[in-house]
Design a protein around this ligand. Structure first.
Ligand code: AMP
Ligand code: GLY
Length: 424
């Protein structure tokens, strides 16, 4: 089977690595891919937002399945365009991707169908938004409605901070069109988890839950990033909690989307807050998490291609998936300057030595090859992943591999997985 993978980050490298192991794969194309993905796929220099070129590529190469990694092409309607061209796709329609591309849509849906989430209201008027902040009281959270590359959610400890966040969105246009509508919501306490299901719209297969580390510095200090590391399993998501999340959140959300005429097929990422009253939704995303995907996929003990194919073709999902019992850890190595403006073009050393360690994967995120030299080319540069008999072993092996890699100003967190360690 000929497969086209859309995207070129760490998540897509993990997807390419997993797809490449399928005996059913005959050829893998990646658009645009990256130097790591190039070990498994033919990388084609087409941007993941160039819908016309992506459709042309799929047609020209007679692609039999397209797998769309990032949210932006999904929110632009790439799934719909490829489907119209007769290409089966793993990934939701533009209309279903609104679960991520419009926080107001997602929150209104949850309110309408009784799906547990933080108390909220949606505003376009700054004065009305500020009045609601006084009603809720601080701390609270202000969110730009649209896609903002992970920067659109502002946790505000005080009312003046909330006012400033509202001004940023509605008066100063800091997020452009994405921030002209804001969601003002209650601050939830508890433990966060990243939970994923693969769904054809009717049934849903849960994946082992993960936990992400969003802040740039150890002990969750500093500004938020796209994610500095992940581990799985997440101890907070035991079997009972997983059952509750499926029953109270996933099943009603899929039913609601079908009822609204936007059936959801693909992977659904449920960002959860597990609090004293049980699980509540922080946000939905219409894709795999990055770096959660890099931690989770190496635990999948079977071929992923037939699963994607079953969703894309509308044939029923298997009853369950087989997972390795080991724990998995992924540590992200980031450029100096990240999450602000990262420095590009810095030579990277030691990737081969790290990847040669048994059981270690080095997934490329923001790298480039120039005259045979590997250079930094983005905020998050690499993801170093390993399995271990338990979380402690996985952490040790991951940091042993991290220690082999060097580039100027390399940033990484030293405490990935420590929260799980504290619990075990
Ligand atoms: P989001 O972009 O919606 O995932 O938000 C980014 C991060 O902000 C989340 O991972 C949480 O840590 C935090 N956050 C968002 N909404 C809330 C909320 N209502 N209560 C507490 N923390 C939140
Ligand atoms: N790591 C969080 C995300 O992918 O949104």
């Amino acid at each position: 089977m000929k497969v086209l993978l859309v995207g070129g980050g760490g998540r897509e490298h993990a997807l390419a690595w997993k797809l490449a192991q399928s005996p059913r794969l005959t050829r893998l194309y990646a658009a645009p891919g990256n130097p790591g993905i190039a070990a498994h796929a033919d990388c084609v220099p087409v941007r993941d937002t160039d819908l016309d070129e992506l459709v042309a590529l799929a047609r020209r190469e007679r692609v039999e399945l397209a797998v769309i990694g990032p949210e932006v092409p999904l929110s632009l309607g790439l799934r719909d365009r490829l489907s119209d061209a007769g290409v089966p796709v793993f990934g939701p329609s533009q209309s279903a991707a609104r679960l991520e591309s419009s926080k107001a849509f997602a929150k209104d849906l949850m309110a309408l169908y009784g799906i547990p989430t933080a108390r909220f209201r949606v505003f376009q008027d700054a004065d009305a938004a500020k009045r609601f902040c006084r009603e809720l009281g601080a701390p609270l959270v202000i969110k730009a409605d649209g896609l903002a590359a992970g920067k659109g959610a502002m946790v505000c400890a005080t009312l003046p901070e909330a006012d400033a966040a509202i001004r940023l969105c509605l008066d100063e246009d800091a997020f452009g069109a994405a921030g002209r509508t804001v969601v003002v919501e209650e601050f939830m306490t508890g433990e966060e988890a990243s939970f994923f299901v693969i769904t054809d719209g009717a049934s849903a297969l849960p994946l082992p839950a993960a936990q992400d580390h969003k802040a740039i510095f150890d002990d969750d200090r500093g500004p938020n990033t796209g994610g500095m590391g992940a581990y799985t399993p997440a101890p907070v998501m035991d079997e009972a909690m997983t059952g509750r999340v499926m029953e109270e959140i996933v099943t009603p959300t899929l039913a609601a989307m079908a009822k609204e005429g936007a059936p959801y097929a693909g992977v659904l990422f449920v960002g959860l807050m597990i609090g004293p009253d049980g699980p509540r939704v922080v946000e939905f995303n219409c894709r795999f998490g990055d770096p959660e995907c890099q931690a989770i996929l190496p635990r999948l003990d079977e071929d992923i291609l037939p699963v994607f194919e079953a969703v894309a073709s509308g044939r029923g999902l298997p009853a369950s998936l087989r997972w390795r019992r080991e724990a998995s850890v992924c540590v992200v190595l980031a450029s100096p300057g990240y999450p602000g403006t990262p420095r590009a073009g810095l030579p990277i050393e030691g990737v081969e030595a790290a990847a040669a360690l048994p059981g270690v994967n080095v997934f490329h995120a923001g790298t480039a090859l120039r005259d045979g030299a590997l250079l930094t080319a983005g905020g998050r540069v690499l993801g170093v992943q390993t399995l271990g008999g338990d979380i402690r072993a996985a952490i040790e092996r991951a940091y042993d591999a991290v220690g082999r890699i060097r580039f100027e100003g390399m940033q990484f967190r030293h405490d990935i997985g420590r929260r799980a360690l504290a619990r075990s």
